[in-house]
Design a protein around this ligand. Sequence first.
Ligand SMILES: Cc1cc2nc3c(=O)[nH]c(=O)nc-3n(C[C@H](O)[C@H](O)[C@H](O)COP(=O)(O)O)c2cc1C
Length: 170
Amino acid sequence: MLAAAVDDPASLLRTPVVATVHAGAADGRVMVVRAVDRDRATLTFFTDSRAAKVAAVTAAPQVAVVAYDPGARLQFRLGGVAEIAVAGAAVESAWATVPGHARSAYRTLAAPGTPSPDPIATLMEDDGRASFAVLTVTVDSIDWLDLASRGHRRAAYDRASGWRGEWVVP
Ligand SMILES: Cc1cc2nc3c(=O)[nH]c(=O)nc-3n(C[C@H](O)[C@H](O)[C@H](O)COP(=O)(O)O)c2cc1C
């Protein structure tokens, strides 16, 4: 379902919350899932290399990715480890998929979160590539919750058991 959502802008599974914990503080933000590799159990996200979340996952890579599909009434809670890449062939090919209009998000003169006198950020002359980063989450666990009217169902899966799921009390 997550893989299918990548190409479905109407799917809320495409925009989960990515939660981090850093220096004792929890944080979360919506991000767009750009790719799903089912065999490697990875999710790919794009971000600004200067963003607070990049420093957070560099210091503490444990993340949770939480999504809800209201049509299917399914919640997905994925636990995993995040990695940041700013260079290399995979980053270059990811950057090539970012359309021109979306590249301006990476061209802000100051880092995301910097106090600014103006709500519209000043953009740099460059193309944004220098601040583009790929955040990859390698999933280690999945908590699946089905809000079925005949009775909620919940299943737990983890990589360590070869993704053999088991029912758990919802
Ligand atoms: C629908 C939606 C999609 C978003 N997609 C992304 C994204 O793909 N990458 C990203 O870095 N931020 C994305 N954002 C912005 C983040 O939620 C967040 O505000 C920003 O990245 C700063 O987060 P940070 O301070 O934790 O780094 C999105 C926000 C919304 C509302």
